[in-house]
Structure formats: structure tokens, C-alpha cells
Ligand binder design. Sequence first.
Ligand code: BJW
Length: 245
Amino acid sequence: AAPAAVLHAAAARADLLMARRIVVLTGAGISRESGLATFRDADGIWAQVRIEDVATPDAFARDPARVQGFYNARRAQLRDPAIAPNAAHLALARLEREHPGEVLLVTQNVDDLHERAGSTRLIHMHGELMKARCMSCHGASPWRADIAPDSACPACDARGRLRPHVVWFGEMPLAMEEIGAALEACDLFVSIGTSGNVYPAAGFVAEVRGRARTVELNLEPSEGASLFDEAMHGPATQVVPAFVD
Ligand code: BJW
């Protein structure tokens, strides 16, 4: 008999061939083989720093320099020439090209590796590392190296303070209406490289279940693994191209 993982792969491929409206959710696992750390793995970001020190509105209010320092280090890493899209990011860009108008990529990642790989129908629901946001007019603009903890927004009359354009714990993720409409309309939901610990993204699979086919592509079964119809477990650079191609 064929191994279970191979049977799953065939079923996941069949789901993809039948699908007309596809929502793909990605998380930190897809960028790990590009050299960016995940959050909750043993060598992840939350093993190095405490969430309450860097990833909440309170942390920024208490110590903006510490929070900016944390994000500046991650920006510098993302700009390192060694960091580039991997085979999984490239496969998703191909999927979009091969299914014109049918694929919406929703990423929890704040890196820009999906854009660099060529994906265009893309929502960054947890924001973007390389942008700043004004705390007064809420406009997002490209991050500049000279932005300091007390820098003011150049674009608005109130000269509001600038903060990282990322979604911290307790804050509403971005574009939730657009994501909700896409989830409601989709016939295939694919979750890639996410542990299923952070809501509302972790709840998407339960939202579409029964209406759409659901596929998990992850190194290991995630928190919500039992909610998926099919699964392929392994490194993203192997399982994502195997699924797409
Ligand atoms: C590989 C691999 C390889 C490794 N190949 N795979 C119920 C409903 C709604 C909300 C809540 C709720 N219960 C609790 C909440 C609140 C909270 C929450 O979820 N808390 C939980 C921890 C319990 N959620 C929020 O606060 C969110 N906001 C919200 O709910 O707003 C509602 C609201 C209502 C009214 C008023 C106001 C608000 C916001 C969450 C924001 C999360 N922000 C972060 C930081 C972003 C900035 C930054 O980068 O610094 O986003 S936290 C961090 O986790 C980051 C990620 O996007 C997010 C998800 O992590 P991800 O991507 O899943 O990474 P990991 O590390 O967890 O998993 C990696 C996976 O990859 C693993 O499974 C590995 O096995 C796998 N892997 N190598 C393939 N090579």
C-alpha cells in the first residue's frame, strides 16, 4: 500500500485541480528555510525575547526605543543579501500565475519574501516590517533608516508619532473584511507553515470547514491539524512545490 503521506498528496492535488477560488494562508514556517526564524519553534523569536517586552501596544508605550531596536534588527536581517525567497514562495507565485484571479494569498508574515517571489494578490494581515505607520493619521509609509522613537509623520497635519506597521497582540489584524469575504467565497483553503496558535488566523480553517476543502502543508501537524481534510507534512520547500506542481 502507498504510504499515508503520498495518499494525502494525491488528494490535496485533486482538491487543487478542482478549485476555482483559493485562499492560501501562510505563516513563519514558509520563510524559515530562507533563514528567518519562526516564533514558537525551539529556536524561535519568542524563545529569545518576551512577547510582553516587544509585541504589545503597552510595550511600545513603555519603551519605544526597545521595541524599535527589536524591529530594526529584524529589518537589517531582512535586508541581508543572503535572505531571499525560497522554493515555497516561488511555487505560490506560480500558483497565482497559473490560476489568474483565483488565488488570494493571506500572510501572517511581516517579511516581504512573497512580493519578492512575485505574488501580487497578497494581504499582510499582521502588517509589514519595512513600513512605518502614523499613530495619528494611520497612514503607512516605507520605513526609513533615520526614523527614531520620537519621529513625527511627515504626511499628516497632526505630525503624529511613527510606529512599526505591525499588528501586536490585542490589536485588530488588517483587512479582516476582505479576508472574511474571500474565506466565505473560497472552495479551497490551504494553510502553510503556521502553528495555529494565533487568532483570528488560527480560526480560518474552522470558518471554511464544510464549505471548502482544507489542506495543511506544514513541517508537523499544527494545533488545528484535525480540522483539515488533507495534509502534507515536511519542509515547505519540498511540500509546497509538490502540492503546486
Ligand atoms: C515549518 C518549517 C518549514 C517550521 N517548513 N513549516 C480568540 C479569537 C480572537 C483572538 C484571540 C482569541 N484568543 C486569543 C486571542 C488574542 C490573540 C491570540 O491569538 N493569542 C493567542 C496567543 C492565544 N490574538 C490577537 O491579539 C490578535 N488580534 C486580535 O485577535 O484582535 C481582536 C480584537 C478585537 C477587538 C479589538 C481589538 C482586537 C493579533 C495577533 C497579532 C500577532 N502578532 C505577531 C507579531 C507580529 C509582528 C512581528 O512579527 O513581530 O504575529 S505574533 C506572531 O505569531 C506573528 C505571527 O504572524 C503569528 C503567528 O505565528 P506563526 O506564523 O504561526 O509562527 P509559529 O512560529 O507559531 O509557527 C511556525 C510553524 O511553522 C510551526 O508549526 C512549525 O512547525 C512550522 N515550520 N519550519 C514548514 N521549514
